[in-house]
Design a protein around this ligand. Structure first.
Ligand SMILES: Cc1cc2nc3c(=O)[nH]c(=O)nc-3n(C[C@H](O)[C@H](O)[C@H](O)COP(=O)(O)O)c2cc1C
Length: 230
């Protein structure tokens, strides 16, 4: 497997960023398109403690979004039968006793890479909350929620925001996991911190998409660091 040329990776990110108009990276704070439930009760209705009690629940839920189809591959393109994040999610589930929940878009993302980039730019520009097709999980029993996704334009896809605003995560530990071409966790920690009030964001894991199949050792180090593996 030939390592990527640095220039190709830079070119890739420039292309993605140029398509976004740049300003989209700052667009996550607004909640104009958020579902009403995401607004939460007003302070006078139900005061929210500044530091919520940690959840007593001990279970772990692995939530992931992944898109098979044409994707970047060391600066080139490749069609993935199974998305990189789904491969990583399966590797996590093979090592840890947990429940998994796959986020499915009500309007599925295209297999075509450029079309997906364009749709994502639109969704970021609009601070959209793309609808989730699958019934949401009951998160009551989980103290830890792993949020796994690709990085799209240096942050998790907007459908991850839909999820985070649609389930009560307060008091839980959230562990961000990404697969990416070069951006690492991108803005994942900021995005989840902004959207999910009262969660504790734990140490994240970022795996290069092209290298997920070889990520077992790094994955196990991380799982031990976050106390999910002994
Ligand atoms: C619309 C789109 C935007 C992307 N933007 C970035 C990016 O900003 N930074 C990055 O490192 N990778 C980016 N990528 C690459 C993906 O994050 C990477 O290939 C990931 O492993 C894909 O995971 P998946 O197969 O589970 O969807 C982007 C891919 C797509 C389709």
């Amino acid at each position: 497997m030939t390592p990527p040329a640095t220039t190709s990776r830079r070119t890739f990110l420039r292309a993605v960023l140029a398509g976004s108009g740049g300003a989209t990276l700052l667009a996550v704070a607004g909640c104009a398109a958020a579902p009403d439930t995401a607004q939460g009760p007003t302070r006078s209705q139900e005061p929210t403690p500044m530091t919520p009690a940690p959840s007593a629940a001990t279970g772990t839920l692995l939530v992931y979004f992944s898109r098979p189809g044409e994707n970047s591959w060391y600066g080139e393109r490749r069609v993935l039968e199974v998305g990189n994040t789904e491969v990583l999610a399966t590797m996590i589930a093979d090592r840890v006793k947990l429940d998994t929940y796959r986020i499915e878009a009500a309007d599925p993302y295209p297999a075509d890479y450029e079309e997906t980039v364009a749709r994502n730019v639109r969704e970021q520009d609009q601070d959209a909350r793309p609808a989730i097709a699958t019934p949401l999980p009951d998160v009551t029993g989980y103290g830890t929620v792993i949020l796994a996704s690709p990085i799209w334009n240096v942050r998790p896809p907007m459908i991850m925001s839909t999820f985070v605003e649609s389930v009560p995560l307060q008091g839980k530990r959230v562990l961000p996991v990404t697969t990416h071409a070069m951006s690492g966790l991108g803005r994942s920690v900021d995005v989840y911190t902004e959207l999910a009030a009262g969660v504790t964001i734990g140490k994240g894991l970022a795996v290069r998409g092209e290298e997920v199949a070889e990520a077992g050792p790094d994955l196990e180090v991380w799982l031990r660091e976050v106390a999910l593996l002994t």
